[in-house]
Design a protein around this ligand. Sequence first.
Ligand code: SF4
Ligand code: SF4
Length: 151
Amino acid sequence: MPTFVYMTRCDGCGECVDICPSDIMHIDSTYRRAYNIEPNMCWECYSCVKACPQNAIDCRGYADFAPMGHSVRVLREEDKGTISWRIKFRDGREKNFVSPIRTTPWDSIPSPADLAVPSPEALNSQELANEPADLHIEALPALSPRQAKED
Ligand code: SF4
Ligand code: SF4
């Protein structure tokens, strides 16, 4: 379900532009408001929906999600740490879903720029950056040489 922006709510802050992994949220150069330049390329990750401080971004529901006409309203409530989806069907029924926006406190994830620069030896490691510490485990499980040979 690709996203779209209510231009009357958007204040052009650019949060959605910064967070979009598909780089399709752009600021209109004339109106200084955000818009989705290519809905077909939307990952439907809803990072922009969750990041928008103005609740200015909604999505267009697919027929299998909300058939026969509907509206999908997304509400981000940072103080409650939740994101709510309200689906209104044409016959008047409503369905509401509430989910946590994230499971860690707001602003608790450091920027990559705040982390130590990896050593050159890290290039030869199979671990990703800051693993295993960021997984909150002491070590990643590893195959024994015998298991690796069997696979
Ligand atoms: Fe970009 Fe994800 Fe928003 Fe689509 S849902 S516009 S991919 S941030
Ligand atoms: Fe507009 Fe929301 Fe994007 Fe900010 S995050 S530019 S208010 S749509």
